[in-house]
Design a protein around this ligand. Sequence first.
Ligand code: C5P
Length: 321
Amino acid sequence: MREVTASAPGKVNLVLRVGAPTADGYHPLATVFEALDLRETVTVRTTRTPGTTVETVAHLPGGDIDRATGELMRAVPPRSHLAVRAARAMQRLAAAGPWASTAAGLAIRVDKRVPVAGGMAGGSADAAATLVACNELWGLGLGPGQLERIGRTLGADVPACLTGGIALGTGRGDRMAPLECPGTHHHWVIALAHEGLSTADVFAEFDRAVQGTAVPAAPTDEELADLTGPARLAGPRLVNDLTAAALSLRPELGGTLSASRAAGALAAIVSGSGPTVAALASSADHADEIAERLAAAPAVARVLTTMGPAPGARVEHQDER
Ligand code: C5P
């Protein structure tokens, strides 16, 4: 019996520029991802019984179990769980290799710390961690480029969770170019909404409002330098073209954005397709102060503090029994 544990980060988009959808319905993006210290941990174990099982345990920041999110995840049919889909993609490769005899049975455990349906790529992080874990479990020896290629077939944010750090994403947001950010530490306050939003719904709302043939403007070198450096008092210019669409579906998010600024955040933004709001602080203490004030905002269900940039998906440990 072999067991491998891997982890992968959630993310915020520092910049999210969106163009008009192409024939496949996907939107061309120019985006800058920052991976966060909120990580999903995935443990994969070979089993004698064929088939794939998945168990998801959600954790709250203090270490308590988040039962409501656990329930939500149990309602996801296993074949739609991104960890299972990632494992199946790797299983097809393993079935042809030296681990063929064990590739049939797999038990997956996902320990979630990234909010669900919050615009922070929790599902994609599950997939990224599973790809890395299965690569190790079955000794497939796939390199980062090959994992990225499989990852983008599972979801547009999977390559960002594999890469980590701060990275420019183009195409569907799935063509990654890592950016240098030596010594940069961003302190974030993450304000969670009472209810998640579907990414597809937010993009559809964007299309209703923005008709035409827009091409997403890539950030300039100067903007990239600002985003990858330490956060200054003026704050880097965070941009999200999906803000209006997310606010149109959830008007109360406008209150969370203004409450973040009123609480002293250097900058605040809707994370990806929302409804999570990410506020930038100048230090860990500043983040705690903002968090305390934001926790009282009416549309805020829960507040977390975290840091970025964080490393991409990686193996944490492995066991042979
Ligand atoms: O790739 P993923 O399954 O994570 O995307 C979820 C949904 O978000 C897609 O079905 C699509 O509606 C929308 N999307 C998009 N353009 C992108 C990324 C996602 O329209 N670049």
